[in-house]
Design a protein around this ligand. Sequence first.
Ligand code: HEM
Length: 125
Amino acid sequence: MNFFDAVGGEPTFRKLVDEFYAGVATDPVLRPLYPEEDLGPAAERLTLFLIQYWGGPNTYSAQRGHPRLRMRHASFRVGPDERDAWLAHMRHAVDSLDLPADLHTTLWDYLERAAYFMVNTMDEP
Ligand code: HEM
């Protein structure tokens, strides 16, 4: 069984991203980075990416091509404050899944590393 199946498949990633974006929706640092109207499309892209990354269907790349995530974040300000806000909401979202400890750790370690990797500026806001 791959990691995708082990954590419960698509519903688990949908719940993770729903919880995460519920936090982003009211976050003063992160919310301005996203389109004014609707967080739905951004949530869908993150969901499909995570599903693909962990061994589920490759719908993300079928729709968006190669992830190239650092490149896709280049037009957004991702400094230490944005990273820490992103990780705070993601931590809450991962905790809400109530996964067994080993799966929780694997998921969290990846997300933490990925968020540090996405930082593209050290300039003060
Ligand atoms: C897209 C912010 C970290 C995955 C975006 C967008 C913003 C953003 C503003 C554009 C919204 C949209 O899709 O329309 C941030 C910030 C981060 C961060 C502030 C702080 C570190 C991450 C991490 C991952 C990730 C760690 C993966 C584990 C994605 C994906 C997209 C995206 C898959 C959609 C890319 C596409 O297909 O266009 N992010 N992000 N982001 N982000 Fe992040």
